[in-house]
Structure formats: C-alpha cells, structure tokens
Design a protein around this ligand. Structure first.
Ligand code: NCD
Ligand code: ZN
Length: 342
C-alpha cells in the first residue's frame, strides 16, 4: 500500500500545556487531528469548570488561522472534588471527562487523589450522569517495582472500583501491559488508549547504547512480551482500544537533566508513528477504526466526516524543534520513518 486515506482522527489523550509551549505544539496536533481530549495537569491543575473554560479559550486562541480544531476538556480529580463539580462539568457541555491521577504518580500530579475511596461520592454521580473517568493506572508505593505499577494498580484499585461502580465508564489511559489488555477485555464499560511509543518500543529503547531520556514516559516502557500484547490489542479491531498519544512536551533541558521529566513528545508525527506501527503488524486496514471511530463511539460523539491521506514516502523525524529559549525533541527524533501526511 502506498497511500492511505482515512477519516480524520482524534487524539483521546493529549498534553499541550500553556503559554509558549501551547503555541508551538498545538499546530502539530491540528494538522492531523480534529479533536483532542486535553489533559488537565497544568500547574496548578484545571479543577473547575471556570478554569477549564478559560484554558479552552487560550487553546482556541492558539489554533492557526483558518484551521478547525475542537478541544475536549477534562477536570483534574482531587480529594476535594464534589458531586456539584460533576453536575457543573456535565452542564458545561465542553467538559467531557474527569482525570484521575494517583498523587505523585507522574508529571504535575501533586494534587492527585490520595485515596481513591475518598472519591466514591463523586464516582456515584459520574456513574449516574454517565461522565467518563480517565485513569492513570499506576500505584505509587515505594516498595512496588516501577515495571509492576500498572499490574498492581489493576488488582488493588481498578478491579474493586469496577465492582463498586459497574456502570461507570472508564478509560484506562496509555496501557502498557498484557495485564491491562486482559483487564480491559473482561471489564464492562471500560476502554483504553494506546500511545505510539508503547506500540513501537520496549524498555530496551531506554538504554540503547546509553541512557535515553526521550524514551522516558510514564507508565514506563515495558518488556517485549507486553509491547506485543499492546500491538495485538490495538490492531485487533476491538472497539475497546483506541488512539491516545499522551504526547507530553517537556523542554530539552528538562528531559536531559539529572532528574529528567517523564513524557514523550509525539504530537508532531503521531499519526505517522501509528501508521508505522500498524504496517509493521501488517494491520494498516485496522488503523482507521482505531484512530477515528472507536474513540468518538466510546465518548458518544459523532465521528468526523473529513478525511486525511497518508502517503508512503520515507522522511526523517527532526532531531529537535525550536521553542523559546529551548527545544523540543520529538519521539524518535533523527530516525527515518515511512509514512507522512499528504
Ligand atoms: C505526562 C506529562 O508530562 O504531563 N507524562 C508522561 O510521562 N506521560 C503525564 C502523564 O500522562 O502521566
Ligand atoms: Zn498523559
């Protein structure tokens, strides 16, 4: 196949930050995606509908002239989120979900939930009004191995949560293990997003000839058997699995640092990376539904009607892109890949 025309996709998990970074990265997303679920982990996080409304306006102001893009907003769940916040979120029309981060699990998660059961009153209302919960599924216990954080989270928190709230719609974000795939397959009203890095790389990428901070994200890359399980899920044609890049820009100096930030920058070339991964799995015919159908179906939004064409023609991912007073290093920067947008 040399050319692939698909319905325009959406990105169901995206970090675009604010200010100068927002202005730099948003055009990359807008070139490929019609809509995106915008992560609320700003400093401080987006916790109220008013904050989400203001952030949404700043995003809309950063859309390049003449282009179309719809930011789908989320609120950051904290110990202090109330049922009232949920009702307000639903009434806003533009807040599409709440995001749960365990406190301390990842970048800007200091305001995260300290004990998930504290939120049961909120989950009850979310279940009732059918507002999805987006979960960063990793435990933070010091005695749990970093590669086991997702698996332990499922056993300790996700299975009990599903038992308490069977109808609550959950997106298990950026899944990385066969354990997560199996959980999603079995649980009702649960779907999952999958990133390009977890399709293309296993944890060896972190240590290829030295320490590679630009492959460091959370949840961390896993072993090859898990990568294969993720590829199988993404290319299976099962509507429970859909595209979410988790593109998470950090400046080069914040990544190449004695304590480097977690996050891979993929918004520049996300769709091309997914095409690469799907072609390697001989499943390009499954890309459209994964990228463009199953996400809106889960969120109960209309599918896009525009189309986008990918052509097979080798190009080199830029090693870096300029940013005020720094740079962004795209995921797999400097490497040649086979697909580009026409
Ligand atoms: C994300 C970020 O930088 O905001 N980082 C990451 O490694 N994925 C946060 C997150 O989604 O965990
Ligand atoms: Zn994320």
């Amino acid at each position: 196949m040399q050319k692939l025309t698909i319905t325009q996709p959406d990105d169901w998990h995206l970090h675009i930050r604010d200010g100068a970074i927002l202005k730099t990265v948003l055009p990359h997303t807008v070139r490929q995606f019609a809509r995106a679920i915008i992560m609320p982990n700003l400093k401080p996080p987006v916790r109220s509908v008013d904050e989400a409304a203001a952030y949404r306006e700043r995003i809309i102001a950063a859309i390049p002239a003449g282009q179309q893009f719809e930011p789908l907003m989320t609120l950051y769940l904290t110990d202090n989120t109330t049922p009232k916040d949920i009702i307000a979120a639903l009434a806003s029309g533009f807040v599409k979900a709440l995001k749960y981060y365990p406190a301390g699990a990842t970048t800007n998660s200091d305001f995260g939930v300290t004990d998930i059961r504290r939120c049961d009153r909120v989950f009850e209302v979310m279940e009732e009004v059918d507002l999805p919960l987006l979960v960063h599924g990793e435990v933070t216990d010091k005695d749990v191995d970093v590669f086991d954080r997702e698996k332990v989270f499922i056993e300790k928190y996700l299975l009990p949560l599903k038992q308490r709230f069977p109808k609550l719609r959950i997106v298990f974000e950026h899944i990385t293990t066969s354990d997560a795939v199996n959980f999603v397959l079995e649980a009702e009203n649960v779907a999952a997003t999958i990133t390009p890095q977890h399709l293309l790389f296993n944890r060896n990428a972190l240590f290829q000839g030295g320490l590679r901070p630009h492959f460091y994200c959370l949840p961390i890359l896993k072993g090859e058997e898990h990568r294969q399980a993720i590829v199988e899920a993404a290319t299976s044609g099962n509507p429970k699995f859909f595209l979410g890049t988790d593109s998470a820009p950090h400046t080069r100096n914040n990544k190449e640092n004695s304590c480097g930030c977690a996050g891979c920058y993929s918004a520049l070339h996300a769709l091309m990376l997914y095409a690469e991964a799907f072609e390697r799995a001989d499943a390009l015919d499954k890309l459209e539904a994964f990228a463009s159908f199953y996400g809106p179906d889960f969120y109960r939004l209309p599918r896009n009607t525009e189309q986008i064409t990918l052509v097979k023609s080798a190009w080199q991912i830029p090693a870096h892109i300029p940013l005020i007073e720094s740079e962004l290093v795209p995921l797999w920067g400097g490497h040649e890949i086979m697909w580009q947008i026409q």
